[in-house]
Design a protein around this ligand. Structure first.
Ligand SMILES: [Zn+2]
Length: 118
């Protein structure tokens, strides 16, 4: 699902997409002249490999995310610097955003039930 950067105004635009067992739903709303705020929830289940035994197991996911989208490179510096995601071609690609959130989630340390109880 893609939304044009210019399509997002002061009225929040709800969205919902899913990938495998995950649902990504939330709102896009104009935050400032050059930023759009994205506030969303990622819920469902995700297959994650254990850091100790490398075996995949299904984990429940319930994450709230909030960040700002910039059309191209964000040059103005302010307190939101660390929460800014730059979008390409003035298109907000929600699948892309979900994908990177999943990668982030997968990269955090995780040990399965079996290893945890050792
Ligand atoms: Zn394990």
């Amino acid at each position: 699902m893609k939304i044009g950067f210019n399509k997002v105004g002061n009225t929040a635009i709800p969205f919902e997409i899913s990938k495998e067992r995950l649902k990504f739903s939330g709102m896009l709303v104009k935050y400032s002249r050059s930023l759009i705020q994205l506030e969303a929830k990622i819920t469902g289940e995700l297959l994650i490999a254990c850091d100790l035994c490398a075996e995949d197991s299904l984990r429940p996911v319930s994450e709230s995310v909030k960040f700002y989208l910039s059309d191209g490179i964000y040059a103005e510096s302010n307190e939101h610097d660390c929460d800014i995601v730059e979008v390409e071609n003035s298109m907000i690609d929600l699948n892309d955003i979900l994908e990177s959130e999943i990668e982030l989630y997968k990269s955090s340390y995780f040990s399965c039930e079996k290893c945890k109880n050792k």
